[in-house]
Design a protein around this ligand. Sequence first.
Ligand code: SF4
Length: 353
Amino acid sequence: MHPVSSALLSWYDCNARVLPWRGIHDSYRTWVSEAMLQQTRVETVLPYYSRFLSCFPTLAALAEAEESEVLKQWEGLGYYSRARNLLAGARQVMRDFGGNLPPDPARLQEISGIGPYMAGAIASIAFDIPVPAVDGNVIRVISRLYNINEDASRPSVRRGIESIAAELVPPDRPGDHNQAMMDLGAGICVPGTPDCCRCPLSAFCKAFSAGNAADLPVLPKSRPQKLISWTVLIIRSGNRVLLRRRTEKLLQGLWCFPMIEGCFSPENAPAAVCRSLGIMTRNPCAHGKARHVFTHQIWDMSLISLSSENDTPVPEGCEWIPVTDIEKIALPSAMNAAVRALDDCMRNSVISR
Ligand code: SF4
């Protein structure tokens, strides 16, 4: 066993985080946990993981689910393409793989939503195959351990890091090794200032010796997020509210309140609604502003409620949904402020009756 892995595993044996997806050999559960953990903190994932598995306890149960049910269980976790890929992947496994995830990392990557990192994680954790699982954490740890001062996003540098990662994986306990790397990257060898004094690998770490660990890995500057102004329309007709199921890539398949690009005042909102949705509305009322930050976009939202007549036609792509059904359907957390505004409208209309 490589001395780095030996030191890492000794540390892991005493410091491993106790997590519900650890200590089991169940490829479906590993898959669900890894899908949820992409871009998301462990603490956030924990309640979603247990709820998701009580709804879809097996791969077969997930494969039979409706997309709307799966998105509902994912509501608030973000990056919804992960949920859609998981569902598509489960159906593919039932159809093409006899209902079982294959242990071979190359075959795992044939499945929807499973890339090289996740294939490595599933193969090593669930099937004890000695392959690495290289994500941002591992790139950071290895860049520092070996003092790699080149742009880690360049394919040749990335391949070098992957080959070092592969050399470090021990033939026994590959899953524990990969999970120990994840824990080290998440808790000690963190972005910015690493906690080298607590690190079990400091004796091997070239960047620690050179004093430049905080500067690594070298990565290109990320592009600033695009700021978009929206007017979010909370349009009620009696006890129903107008919602639109998104077809755009971002938040695809989730329900949102209709939105018009730009910031409209309540006075201008009915005319803007008429132009964009083709329906007549009245009683515009402002409900403040909200902001939601995505990876590549920031939504600056002005919230406006309006009312319309009972016989108002349904604008294309929208549906009138009973307000009481809102909690049964999947709305992204970007819509949380609008849902609260809708609650206020409903409360006020009860009070004024
Ligand atoms: Fe990371 Fe510091 Fe450990 Fe090196 S010594 S691996 S920089 S935490």
